[in-house]
Design a protein around this ligand. Structure first.
Ligand SMILES: [Fe+2]
Ligand SMILES: [Fe+2]
Length: 279
């Protein structure tokens, strides 16, 4: 029996091991695109009941961000810790994209929406494996260090809000990746760590498209609901995002991804007030 896209997504979400999860993710993405190209029978989008939290391996140990030990980024141990944090983000991103496909399958969307997010999930799977390869070259592995426990919070907070999910995950969290990745590439270039530089450059170039998918489909939904995208974006980020939008922003790549400065700068200006409010 052919699984629906939503059922495929749920299978990925309920697979705990990172390598098994990403292998399944890549297989399901290939099956989806074979069906879309007419090389295999059609796969329907379908509906499913994804878990509120995805299955995860026993390791890494997940800690409150404040308890994750900080290491100097210039040291060998610091570079391993940085790659480990990136691997954790990528594995989380695999689950975030499949969760979007599983959780909101009941909302009618153009087929291009599913193509974009299946492609993004496939790329995140590749990113996780690339970064795991870099860790293994350094005699480490994903799971060797503790990792942030709070990564899934954005997904839980927006489990019932499709537009909120698009605003917070691709347009805030993945856009943040565009801001910080050039600095990371510099760290590994200085250390002459060629495979890490290559992996991060692949990630950097492909992440622009993920942010662009977020912006495209967010604007599509605003158009369908006849509401102002910038106002809705600000309201949703204020409602669901608990961190700070921190400059400096990568204005060039954000623009390439369809996020204009008046979307993020007004929220960055609010940081001191929000910090006071939560103190
Ligand atoms: Fe990624
Ligand atoms: Fe991404």
């Amino acid at each position: 029996m052919t699984l629906s896209l939503a059922e495929m997504a749920t299978e990925v979400l309920t697979t705990a091991d990172g390598k098994a999860k990403t292998a399944l993710s890549r297989r399901h993405a290939a099956a989806w695109f074979a069906s879309r190209n007419g090389d295999a029978p059609a796969i329907e989008v379908g509906v499913a009941k994804p878990p509120l939290r995805p299955a995860r391996p026993d390791r890494p140990e997940l800690l409150d961000p404040r308890d994750v030990p900080k290491r100097k980024p210039g040291s060998p141990a610091g570079r391993i810790a940085l790659l480990h944090a990136v691997a954790h983000i990528e594995l989380n991103a695999v689950d975030l994209h499949w969760d979007l496909l599983a959780r909101f399958g009941h909302v009618p969307m153009p087929m291009g929406f599913y193509d974009d997010w299946v492609k993004a999930a496939d790329e995140e799977s590749k990113h996780f494996n690339l970064v795991c390869g870099c860790l293994e070259e350094l005699d480490s592995h994903y799971g060797a260090l503790p990792a942030h426990a709070g990564m899934w919070r954005a997904a839980e907070d927006t489990a019932d809000d499709f537009m909120g999910r698009l605003a917070v995950v691709p347009m805030v969290l993945e856009a943040r990746g565009l801001d910080v990745t050039p600095g990371m590439i510099k760290v590994f270039r200085n250390a002459k760590a060629d495979s890490a530089v290559a992996a991060l450059e692949t990630i950097y170039s492909e992440e622009v498209a993920h942010v662009a998918y977020g912006s495209k489909w967010f604007h599509f939904l605003c158009g369908r609901e006849d509401c102002d995208p910038k106002e809705v974006f600000h309201a949703l980020v204020r409602k669901y995002f608990h961190g700070a939008l921190k400059p400096p922003f990568n204005e060039e790549k954000r623009a390439e991804a369809g996020i204009p400065p008046d979307f993020y700068w007004p929220l960055a200006d609010e940081v001191p007030a929000r910090n006071r409010g939560s103190a």
